[in-house]
Design a protein around this ligand. Structure first.
Ligand SMILES: Nc1ncnc2c1ncn2[C@@H]1O[C@H](COP(=O)(O)OP(=O)(O)O)[C@@H](O)[C@H]1O
Ligand SMILES: [Mg+2]
Length: 258
């Protein structure tokens, strides 16, 4: 059984078909890419998978269950986590608190516990803090733990976002343009980082990216969207030389395919 499978996934915004008949199977452990010009529908696919939008038509089967119609927090608890195209850290909060908040899905106490500072609350709070610090240690981010997120260099903020996404212990990690705004050195480090978390956390990774070097280097398989339609699917080498893909990117100056 595939970890995730979309069947005829379709989504309309009013009269606009943002995603049409999107069919994809991803097996556990794969690292696959989703590319296409701006407005192709890539982020919409992720928003459908994470429950931010409910698909107009079609199914999303995750670990054997159709998740269309489920709330985002239910989907996170089932094992899907994501990062966003633009950084969405809580800027004023410390890096540690940014990670702790993400572990919310695994907390089991209610408000009464918090007000009364009951032992269950206190021990869970301690466990969360310890786990969050462990994550920061693992990724060499401990020195930033008490800093407001906004004080970190851009590349490190992007790393914190990925670490935060890992805090909910996902099986499937969705990365929406993780290299956006990064310099070449940061992109090199990101490639190593993505591959290392995949093996260390037993992850399946599905990523959207404009940086062709990154996509072609680390993705095993790529799907290409254009105006919501899948125009190509296959290994990086085949995608790079596919005439339909080249045509879709023609005239798009900032999205060099080769
Ligand atoms: N919330 C929304 N409401 C209306 N239209 C949207 C919304 N989100 C995306 N779109 C439209 O859907 C299409 C696909 O957008 P998107 O999935 O963000 O593309 P991509 O991520 O590939 O750049 C675009 O035409 C975009 O303008
Ligand atoms: Mg997008």
């Amino acid at each position: 059984m595939s970890l995730i499978e979309t069947k005829n996934l379709t989504h309309y915004f009013g009269g606009l078909k943002a995603v049409g008949d999107f069919n994809l199977k991803i097996e556990a452990g794969e690292l696959v890419g989703l590319i296409g010009p701006n407005g192709a529908g890539k982020t919409t696919v992720f928003n459908l998978v994470t429950g931010a939008y409910h698909a107009s038509e079609g199914q999303i089967i995750f670990a054997g269950e159709n998740i269309v119609g489920k709330a985002p927090h239910e989907i996170t608890t089932m094992g899907i986590s994501r990062t966003f195209q633009t950084i969405r850290l809580w800027n004023e909060m410390t890096v540690l608190d940014n990670i702790k908040v993400a572990q919310h899905g695994h907390i089991h106490y209610d408000l009464k516990d918090i007000f009364l500072q009951l032992p269950r609350y206190r021990s869970q709070e301690r466990a969360i803090e310890t786990q969050a610090m462990d994550m920061l240690k693992l990724f060499n981010l401990v020195s930033y733990a008490q800093q407001p997120a906004k004080n970190l260099p851009y590349g490190q903020q992007r790393r914190v976002e990925i670490v935060r996404a890992l805090a909910s212990r996902p099986k499937l990690l969705l990365l929406d343009e993780p290299a956006a705004g990064m310099n070449p050195q940061e992109i090199e480090e990101l490639m190593v980082f993505i591959q290392s978390i995949r093996s260390e956390f037993d992850l399946t990774i599905w990523l959207i990216e404009h940086q062709m070097r990154l996509v072609m280097n680390i993705c095993e398989r790529i799907t290409v969207l254009d105006f919501g339609e899948t125009i190509a699917e296959g290994k990086p080498e085949a995608i790079q030389s596919n005439p339909k893909v080249i045509e879709a990117y023609l005239g798009v100056e900032d999205e060099e395919i080769i």
